[in-house]
Design a protein around this ligand. Structure first.
Ligand code: SF4
Length: 307
């Protein structure tokens, strides 16, 4: 099984190299909107079909084959990656091999378990999901393993929000007529407040779902909800290619303008762009590779300047 894919332009993570650690399609959910197809193996038991050594050896081969310009390495799976009992070890080993942040995509269903919460702490960013504002919608949308409850999901997400480790970017996927009424949006908002993520990624159906009744919201409704949830909310349901290219292209041209005026450190650039240092460094690296800016040392500090 191929365990490394990409890098691909991702709607949320820029140019991301994917690390797939769970066999198709092993998951604790069987979501009606899933783009991967129906869940074959619905489970909450740890699975270790893919050995960490297999993943890490392939990653090493891909990284050494050609220089890659990456924004993130993203651990995911053709299912739910927190089912892998050695997830924490895999993330730690990946972090030794790359200089970019490591992100983890999860449905969040198992975070209520201490050992799973522990496994995800090594990631720089965790992107969990919340698609339901109540128990009934949880059953309708996520079709979870029979032993999982909505209360456990919320409990795990709140615990994750309180943990000191990774940054939390919460995804909420909205479906027309299922989880998008004003009352439901208000209830989502109350849970989001308790989870307290750094960002809220507002999504809807943009690729063929498992069930054809899983329908997207209009752009207008998505915009209304984004305004309702405030500045942390960002709509991510736009074509990946367009968004990544236009956003990073715009940021790169801002960096060129900035360093053409005066030499700047990476921290100066991050501050001017309102980005984190992790988001800024990949943009700088791309510009250096493209020979659009240069790097020099002065007083033991690195500066970037225009050419
Ligand atoms: S949690 Fe993700 S992989 Fe699992 S069924 Fe839902 S969308 Fe598909």
């Amino acid at each position: 099984m191929k365990t490394i894919f990409g890098p691909v332009p991702s709607r949320r993570l820029g140019f991301s190299l994917g690390v797939d650690i769970i066999p198709y399609k092993t998951c604790s959910f069987d979501c009606i909107y899933c783009e991967l197809g129906k869940t074959d193996s619905k489970t909450i038991e740890p699975v270790e079909v893919i050995h960490p050594e297999t993943v890490l050896t392939e990653l090493e081969r891909v990284l050494s084959a050609s220089p890659l310009t990456l924004d993130f390495v993203t651990v995911s799976g053709s299912g739910e990656p927190t089912l892998h009992p050695l997830l924490g070890v895999i993330i730690q080993e990946i972090k030794k091999m790359v200089s970019v942040p490591v992100a983890l995509l999860t449905n969040g269903s198992l975070l209520f378990k201490d050992e799973v919460l522990e496994r995800v702490q090594a990631a720089d960013v965790v992107l969990p999901s919340l698609d339901a504002p109540d128990r009934d919608v949880f059953q309708t949308v996520n079709r979870p393993h029979p032993s999982l409850t909505f209360d456990q999901l919320i409990d795990g997400l709140i615990k994750l929000g309180k943990s000191k480790g990774p940054r939390i970017w919460l995804e909420v996927l909205l479906l027309r007529g299922i989880n998008d009424t004003p009352k439901q949006i208000e209830t989502f908002g109350q849970y989001i407040k308790k989870i307290n993520p750094e960002k809220i990624h507002l999504n809807t159906v943009i690729r063929p779902p498992v069930e054809n009744y899983a329908a997207p919201l209009s752009d207008e409704r998505m915009n209304e909800i984004q305004k309702n949830w405030g500045p942390r909310a960002e709509i991510i349901s736009v074509p990946a290619q367009d968004k990544v290219q236009s956003k990073s292209g715009l940021q790169e041209s801002k960096i060129c303008d900035l360093v053409a005026r005066r030499p700047c450190t990476a921290e100066d650039i991050a501050q001017c762009l309102g980005l984190s240092i992790e988001e800024t460094v990949p943009l700088i690296n791309r510009l250096i590779q493209a020979k659009k800016i240069t790097h020099e040392l002065f007083n033991r500090q690195g500066f970037y300047r225009g050419i």
